[in-house]
Design a protein around this ligand. Structure first.
Ligand code: NOJ
Length: 547
């Protein structure tokens, strides 16, 4: 039997820097994170994805790496990392780490050596041009914050290519030595216990410029196969989860025949889910799901509401983006970023309406794929729009109503990022301790919902189909695996509805309630009439067994 653990996993994304500070210096660390493993295990998480924690000048939240083989001293030591991973594994939790190999920091010794000496072997680790290429102002990823994609380095006497910020020089993967370095990096972290990698900027990683040598493989996608092969040789159960916000047509190339990435974040479903939430109609979500390519048996989608970046809406039309902005980012000046997205956390977008929060997370937990939750989402944490760029949605975890939300004992002005202290989302009343005591809290709901999701492997493993409801506001789908069938029904609208599910002849058995937004009358006999309150949702098992 295939042990595809990621098919029924609950992924939880953590930035070590803002999670828990054990040594009181104002910066979260591995020791603090390790102390919080019982909390994470209690939530039901089965895999932690760590944002970059490597030595860094920290100009892009750690995505500017200057040493791939260490832990930033602010966060701890390699010893602390190994201890954390061991303790996570003891609780049945795997760890995957960010693999940031599209670029290095300009402070990385490779780049420094490359600039200093044209004959250094490191010169060809990067992408150079004597003249400024004509398209230097195209393809900027951070418009408004990034000026160009080619920057002159006086020491080198040449322009270097950088898809992202100018301090993030792109590596040249056509150079076999760079590819060897990447394998070494992967091998290192696999050897000290990680279960795989989140592949940063995968679509840019495999991008090959005209002035680079050609890859000695038939297409850039083949490089994904190369790293996958290496991964699987070193550790058979390890995964690659790629960040590739690409078009529908491109997506299958990242999965290959099951020989490339095991998992991809589903950005298209994410963006259409927001359109559906804004319109209070299921249709955009249904259409996005219907448009998805079929994926290999070993492949899996990662579904999410928010991540550590902006909520990118780049795959939607301007009109659609505006609809979402009107609903969820009314103060566009402050809330909109990079001409394409929203820099808020999710709870403030829906004004912490408990019904809408639960509806969204119920969807993420049941969509065919694996849910990925960003730290703090389980509490409905807010944001701080006074912070720069994407930092607005990266404030520290709110543990209790003690000073600094118990994140750190340092003085508030020493914190890596300030905790939210004012208003509705202040740690004074929105924190883990208070939510644990409140049976109606989002945190307690999340724990229950996650437990139920884990009891329904059909959502992650199964074949799925959309069930017609005849109501454009209601999304219903059915997942089947090894004879088990589950059905989830979600009402995107504020109006209450009753829908009749058009089920296959086989599903003539009872629908047994597993989870819902409120207690409903049990469905009688073999009726498929489902009542839903506004923003209501219900999960069912088809059959006669409650468990
Ligand atoms: C994608 C990451 O998610 C983002 O945070 C980062 O800025 C870019 N890659 C550049 O590494």
């Amino acid at each position: 039997m295939l042990d595809l653990w990621y098919k029924n996993a609950i992924l939880y994304c953590i930035d070590v820097e803002t999670y828990m500070d054990a040594n009181g210096d104002g910066v979260g660390d591995f020791e603090g994170l390790t102390q919080r493993l019982d909390y994470i295990a209690g939530l039901g998480v089965t895999c932690i994805w760590l944002l970059p924690f490597y030595p860094t000048p920290n100009k892009d939240n750690g995505y500017d790496v200057m040493d791939y083989y260490n832990v930033d001293t602010r966060l701890g030591t390699l010893g602390d990392f190994v201890e954390f991973t061991r303790q996570a594994n003891d609780r049945g939790i795997r760890v995957i780490v960010d693999l940031v190999i599209n670029h290095t920091s300009d402070q990385h010794p490779w780049f420094q050596a490359a600039c200093k000496d044209e004959n250094s072997k490191y010169r060809d680790y990067y992408v150079w041009s004597k003249e400024k290429p004509e398209d230097a102002d195209e393809g900027i990823v951070f418009p408004g914050y990034q000026k160009s994609t080619w920057t002159y380095n006086p020491e080198a006497g040449a322009y270097y290519f950088h898809r992202f910020y100018d301090h993030q020089a792109d590596l040249n993967i056509t150079n076999p030595q760079v590819r060897e370095e990447i394998q070494k990096i992967m091998g290192f972290w696999l050897a000290i216990g990680v279960s795989g990698f989140r592949v940063d900027a995968a679509q840019f990683l495999i991008e090959v410029r005209d002035n680079q040598a050609q890859l000695d493989v038939e297409s850039p996608y083949q490089y994904l196969k190369e790293i996958r092969n290496f991964l699987s040789w070193r550790r058979g159960d390890a995964i690659l989860l790629a960040e590739a916000n690409v078009s529908l047509e491109e997506l299958p190339k990242y999965f290959g025949d099951g020989d490339k990435m095991q998992m991809l974040f589903n950005f298209i479903v994410n963006q259409n889910l927001f359109l559906a939430l804004a319109r209070e109609k299921a249709t955009p979500l249904v259409e996005a799901l219907k448009a998805m390519p079929s994926i290999p048996e070993t492949g899996q989608w990662g579904h999410f509401i928010r991540n550590h970046d902006e909520l990118s809406l780049d795959k939607l039309s301007d009109a659609q983006q505006n609809e979402i902005a009107d609903a969820f980012a009314p103060d566009k000046e402050q809330m909109w970023i990079f001409d394409r997205g929203i820099r808020r956390r999710f709870a403030p977008m829906v004004d912490s309406d408990p019904r809408r929060l639960r509806l969204a997370y119920s969807l993420v937990l049941t969509l065919p794929g694996t849910p990925v939750i960003n730290y703090g989402e389980e509490l409905g944490m807010g944001d701080d729009l006074s912070l720069e760029e994407r930092n607005s949605a990266r404030t520290p975890m709110q543990w209790s109503n003690e000073p600094n939300a118990d994140f750190s004992t340092a003085s508030p002005d020493q914190l890596v990022l300030p905790v939210v202290t004012e208003g509705q989302y202040s740690y004074k009343h929105l924190n883990v301790v208070d939510e644990r005591r409140d049976p109606k809290s989002l945190l307690n709901w999340m724990e229950r919902a996650i437990r139920m999701r884990k009891e329904c492997p059909e959502f992650g493993w199964g074949t799925w189909q959309i069930i017609e409801t005849g109501n454009p506001c209601v999304f219903a789908h059915r997942c089947e695996w090894r004879g088990g069938v589950v059905i989830a029904v979600h009402n995107l609208s504020r109006e209450a509805y009753t829908v009749t599910l058009e089920l296959d002849d086989g599903d003539t058995e009872r629908l047994i309630d597993l989870l819902g937004d409120q207690p409903y009358e049990a469905i009688e006999g073999t009726s498929h009439d489902v009542q839903l309150k506004g923003y209501g949702y219900r999960w069912f098992r088809v059959g006669s067994h409650h468990l």
